[in-house]
Structures are given as structure tokens and as C-alpha cells.
Design a binder for this molecule. Sequence first.
Ligand code: C2E
Ligand code: CA
Ligand code: CA
Length: 284
Amino acid sequence: AKRLGGDRIEAYRASARSIAAYSRASEEDLDRGLRHGELQVQFQPIVDIHSGQIAGAEALMRWEHPQRGVVTPDEFVPLAERTGLIERLGRLAFEQAAGQTREWMNTLPLDEDFFISVNLSPSQLASETLLNDMRALVSENRAVAGHLKLEITESQVMTNPEHSAYMLAALKTLGLRLALDDFGTGHSSLSYLHRFPFDTIKIPAPFVQISDESGMSHTQVPIMRSIMALAAELDLAVIAEGVETLEEIERLQALNCHYAQGYAFGAAMSGAELTKKLQAQFAR
Ligand code: C2E
Ligand code: CA
Ligand code: CA
């Protein structure tokens, strides 16, 4: 191959820089997106694995970028954390989820256990303002607070277990429900689990997904069994994540897992789309 000359290398570098600047979202960009309503939560159904009914949903944020199309949270949540925009993003996700929950509770015959969960980012749990923000948000959404669930990852909780215990107790007192996300991926939380007021644990896809032709692997089965036994002991609901196949659904049913979430039941969708699914469920 022909080697590039000096000028061409410089031109190439300059264009690479401008592509990088264009393709990586910036703080100003995200700030503008937040002000212009480009960030919206979508809802992924969470299904009762025995009845097949939608029992709740997880609110997942999407950024409809005017030039770049849909940007996923893996990109903009870290950006929001770095730039201090995470608190606004967090309030927005909660407000949108609460508003949609209010509409569903008012228009559909949903049962008392119906829940919508909202993710907290790592820095939110550590933040001084979280409790004040949540206090205000809950008082604006009194009627549905008991249907809202905060998802907090295990590694977030275990970064500072003492502080987490305090924060979680305070959030629980506000009437919110709490789910431990990505259970089993952080440090051993078993000895701490009973000290935190979680009502749900979420099992990440690698423990759930079957890649082996002969079914769940020799390590997956005992892990899932012991999680289910532990959850029963501590009176926790279990949600299996990343469920994509019928085989996985059947396996989870056999393990007596309570809830499942994944492409087998649907990806994140707009509130209007989930409304249709919920209506269809009640029409049956
Ligand atoms: P997460 O909380 O573990 O969310 C589950 C992720 O798995 C979502 O990705 C979801 O779309 C994806 N997923 C669902 N079902 C399947 C499946 O069957 N197979 C596979 N392969 N993936 C599936 P998403 O929406 O891109 O979100 C990524 C992460 O970003 C989330 O992980 C969550 O930690 C974070 N996030 C999302 N929305 C928010 C938000 O509003 N605030 C904060 N702080 N974080 C958020
Ligand atoms: Ca989550
Ligand atoms: Ca998760």
C-alpha cells in the first residue's frame, strides 16, 4: 500500500477530529436536548412468568438526537454524570415515569402491585440532593408513589454500604419501592442484603440466557436455584432480565422465578404502545 504523505496525514487527522467532535455528544448538546424535550423514557414490559400478564415496566431513557438519531443511555448517562446534568436527567426520568403511571392507574383496572421502575445512576445515590429531589417528586406524585420503584445497581449500593443503608431507608420511608439491579455482579452482597429495604432483585442476563444447546449451564442452574432460595428466605421478588427465548421462559418457570423482562416479551416501547398492550390484556 502507498504510504500517506505528511499533508495527507494531517488532513486525515483533522477530519478524524471533526468526526469525533460530531459523533460524540457534548455537554452543551445534552443540555440543549434536555431543554428541547429530546429525552424521553420508553417502557419495557415486565411479565408475570406464570400468568403471562404484564405486571409492570422499566422506564428506559432514550435521546432522540436531531442529527444522530436515537442515542442510548450507555452513552449519555456517563456524559450526564461527568457534566453534572445527571440530576436533571434523573428528575426528568422520574417525572415522565410518574406521569405515565398516573395515566395508567387512572384509566386501566391495574392491580395494586403494578409498578413502574426508574433507574438511579451511580452518582445519584451518592448525591446530597437525591433525598430532597425525591421528597419533592414524591409529594407531587403522592397517588402513585407506591407504584414507583427505584432500580439501584449492586455495585452502586456496595460502594458505600453504610451510606446506602441510610439512603435506602429514607427512600423507602417516602413510600417508594426498591429493586436491586444487576444482582450478583458486584462484590458479595449476601451478608448485606437483609440490611437493605429492597423488595425486588433483578438477575442480569448472563445468569439467565441459555447459550448452550443442552440448556442452562452447570454453573447457571445452581446459581439460579440459590438466588431463588435466598429470595424466598428474604421475601424478595425476582425479575430475570434479558429473556429472549421460549426455552429460557420455560426454564425460569421451572425455577419458580416470578417475573421476566426481555425481547421475548418486547423491547422498550413508547408509553402509547404499552398502553395498547395493557388494554389488549384487559380486553381478553
Ligand atoms: P439496565 O438497567 O440493566 O437495563 C436493561 C438494558 O437491557 C436496557 O438497555 C434494555 O433495553 C436491554 N434489554 C432489555 N431486554 C433485553 C434482551 O432481551 N436482550 C438484550 N440483549 N438486552 C435487553 P438500555 O435501554 O440501552 O439501557 C442501558 C442501561 O442504561 C440500563 O441498564 C440502565 O442502567 C441505564 N439507564 C437506562 N435508562 C436510564 C435512566 O433513565 N437513568 C439512568 N440513570 N440510567 C438509565
Ligand atoms: Ca435497570
Ligand atoms: Ca439490569
